[in-house]
Design a protein around this ligand. Structure first.
Ligand code: 4NP
Length: 161
């Protein structure tokens, strides 16, 4: 017998898919594994600038400093199929949310949300783009995505009953 298909499939989406969403993917995968949540996880960008590239070296270093390896990930752009393949599509900021909606086909079945929506008292907040800033910005990103990843895991665990 093949293993049961995970109930949830989560796609994190930022602009380039080299900073915030790969960090969110790594933080979520780690949190899901620790909590015993079986879930498909991936990330994508609304833009195609960095397709095929590994995450930004500062994102890799920050995740690694927190015990999470994201070096093997490769950027891709969000695709039409994602809207039916994933149960949750999660935007890192408001512009990403608008970009996701712009790509959405009529038959989308995915629930579209913002990353910080799962965190009590922080719904609607954006995860700031660290790309043009310094290394410290990546620590802020990690703090945001890791607290939100944990909250999403708890939310999905509660939804699976
Ligand atoms: P991300 O960051 O959306 O968190 O991956 C960015 C990466 C690349 C660019 C902007 C933001 N860029 O303009 O190339």
């Amino acid at each position: 017998m093949s293993p049961a298909k995970p109930t949830h499939a989560v796609l994190f989406v930022c602009l380039g898919n080299i900073c915030r969403s790969p960090m969110a993917e790594g933080a979520f995968r780690e949190a899901a594994e620790s909590a015993g949540l079986s879930c498909t996880v991936d990330s994508a960008g609304t833009a195609a600038y960095h397709v095929g590239n590994a995450p930004d070296r500062r994102a890799i270093a920050t995740a690694r400093a927190h015990g999470v390896d994201i070096a093997h990930l490769a950027a891709r752009q969000i695709a039409i199929e994602d809207f039916t393949a994933f149960t949750h599509i999660i935007a890192l900021d408001n512009a990403n949310l608008e970009g996701i909606k712009a790509h959405a086909p009529r038959n989308t079945t995915a629930q579209i949300s913002m990353m910080m929506d799962a965190v009590e008292g922080r719904a609607g907040e954006q995860v700031k783009d660290p790309y043009y800033g310094d290394e410290e910005g990546f620590e802020v990103t990690w703090a945001d995505v890791s607290v939100a990843a944990q909250a999403w895991v708890e939310k999905l665990l509660a939804e699976s009953g």
